[in-house]
Design a protein around this ligand. Structure first.
Ligand code: PLP
Length: 399
């Protein structure tokens, strides 16, 4: 098909040409005398992205899922208890992984579309007088439903319950696009990946571990080898890796970190809020459809999950968008399969790119019998972006 593929799934996100070019390199010796220059630029460059001065960023040759596993197996003893709210496919998969790996999992079942229930987390922690819960698992941005939850409030709830559990946060679809503060929020492990806000191909599990987590790892008895934190941290201290890293991905990461630093992290968050608010204007005011997120406080600035009217099959709609318009939209997963579609608005994006996605989604919905007014979504987004500026939109945070 002529023309570009419009990639608007919530990860992998679009890789900037500058990053792609940085990755076209000859292979080199990862044990050379100059290799640490590249490795340390990546590891040190990640610290401001995690907003940490005391944590250790770790780069695994993996995707985000391995970083979930690494958090559990490095910090916990087999059979330890963890607490997690399940309110979408990704929090579900993490809970299910913890069960499969042999941990005891207390699940706070939460309607899909709601955010993490802080009060119920706090009640469960307060009720755990013997401190059997060793880790709280928390999904900052549930990509399946387009819902963002409040990590700072979760840390406060742990404090209110005077509970010593470790705090593991999944920021796979939040890091480098929605604010995340490792040190200020007392996060022990932050889990992310390369293919979303970091604007790279999939292939790196990007995680950050606190000193408390590293101390727990010293005595934790769960088995791990390839994803052992200590092996990584020890080798990284000298600028090397315990096994062969993907050199093109590291060059790409160094470039994307430079782009984020040049834009300024706060401007990156503001841009995501401003772009997300324009997409929400298209959905709510233009098309008069609903989001899966049940209230504005949960709206995600990186992904919008758009509910379809009864009788419209989301999978069919997504297939049509791809075949007819070369537009990739995100599918509904598990409980919401077929009921919604998702527009990813994260990474290297601007208004005009998103207008293409909104126009394509609108044409697709019209082709498939969704009763939306032609042009209404595009007009609503245009109006939003013409009347708001990035910083001002971010200050309001209501849209
Ligand atoms: N957690 C969230 C919130 C995600 O969105 C994803 C993937 O989309 C994952 C975890 C799993 O990450 P990966 O696909 O990189 O293994």
């Amino acid at each position: 098909m002529a023309g570009r593929n419009f990639l608007f799934v919530p990860g992998p996100s679009n890789v900037p040409d500058r990053v792609l070019r940085a990755m076209v390199v000859a292979m080199e010796d990862h044990r050379s005398a100059i290799f640490p220059e590249l490795a340390l630029a990546c590891l040190n460059g990640l610290k401001p992205v995690f907003k940490t001065s005391t944590g250790s960023p770790i780069i695994f040759p993996s995707s985000g899922t391995a970083c979930w596993e690494a958090a559990l197996t490095n910090c916990l003893n087999l059979g330890d208890k963890v607490l997690i709210a399940r309110f979408g496919q990704f929090s579900h998969l993490w809970a299910s992984m913890a069960t499969r790996l042999g941990y005891e999992v207390e699940i706070l079942e939460t309607p899909w579309g709601d955010g993490a229930p802080i009060d119920r987390y706090q009640a469960a922690l307060a009720a755990d007088k013997q401190h059997k819960i060793k880790a709280v698992l928390f999904c900052q941005n549930e990509t399946a439903t387009g819902v963002t939850s409040d990590v700072a409030a979760m840390r406060k709830a742990l404090g209110n319950a005077t509970h010593p559990a470790l705090l593991f946060v999944d920021a796979v679809s939040a890091l480098a696009s929605i604010d995340f503060r490792m040190d200020e929020w007392g996060v022990d492990v932050c889990i992310s990946g390369s293919q979303k806000g970091l604007m790279l191909p999939a292939g790196l599990g990007i995680t950050c571990v606190s000193q408390k987590a590293l101390a727990a790892a010293k005595s934790a008895t769960s088995r791990r080898c390839y994803f052992d934190y200590a092996d990584m941290v020890n080798a990284n201290a000298t600028g090397y890796f315990p096994y062969t890293p993907s050199i093109p991905m590291l060059y790409g990461l160094r470039e994307s970190l430079a782009m984020l630093a040049a834009e300024g992290l706060q401007n990156v968050f503001d841009r995501h809020h401003y772009l997300g608010a324009g997409v929400r204007a298209a959905v709510l005011q233009g098309w008069k459809l609903k989001l899966c997120a049940t209230a504005p406080q949960w709206y995600s600035d990186t992904v919008s999950a758009i509910m379809l009217p009864e009788g419209i099959n989301g999978a069919d709609l997504i297939a049509h968008a791809f075949k007819r318009y070369n537009l990739a939209l995100g599918a509904g997963l598990a409980q919401v399969a077929g009921k919604l579609y998702r527009i990813g608005h994260l990474g290297d994006l601007n208004e005009l790119m998103l207008l293409g996605a909104i126009a394509g989604a609108e044409m697709t919905m019209l082709d498939k019998g969704v009763k939306v007014e032609p042009g209404s979504g595009v007009a609503a987004a245009q109006n939003y972006w013409r009347t708001h500026s990035q910083g001002a939109a971010a200050k309001g945070r209501a849209a």
